[in-house]
Design a binder for this molecule. Sequence first.
Ligand code: GAR
Length: 189
Amino acid sequence: MKRIGIFASGSGTNAENIVKYFLESELATVQAVFCNNSRAGVIDRAHKLGIRCILFENEDLLNGTILKKLAECKIDLIALAGFLRKIPSDIIDQYDHKIINIHPALLPDYGGEGMYGMHIHRAVIENEEEETGVTIHYVNEEYDEGDIIFQEVIEIDYEDTPEDVQYKVQQLEYKHYPEVIEYLLNSLD
Ligand code: GAR
């Protein structure tokens, strides 16, 4: 069995969706959720799903604590799902092409520090974009700049609100993120 580690800072709907997708899988399981926000909804979701939730301080990313926990949990693939801190280079080096992120827009547009969640959907509407979508990419040292693995585009209707766009993008995330994770795990040794 391959072991997935999910990093999340917020509500955790993607984390929950990934956990559920792999519940019956013979390929992989979600081993733990790593969370850096003690008020995040993902903690309760993990608890209800019976998944270990490792709560940590941001400095633990830098002082080796998280690397140790990842090794202890024997994590094969790290999936960021609404995780809002940079991943430091020692973790990226250790998990080369084994850390991925989902972004609720068509990178390289609407990426970078501060571009997350509803901030993105509001900016997309303000700019009167005709399309948006979802991007799944490898994580490197810069926010949202790693190589793109997968993108899907959706159209924005002229009357769509940021909340409508968020809903549409979430449906894409729930459909594609687990499938891309599964695809990548299948190609690991
Ligand atoms: C998701 O839409 C994810 O794509 C986004 O945060 C949301 C987390 O929702 N990530 C980013 O914006 C990263 N820059 P969730 O906590 O309900 O899964």
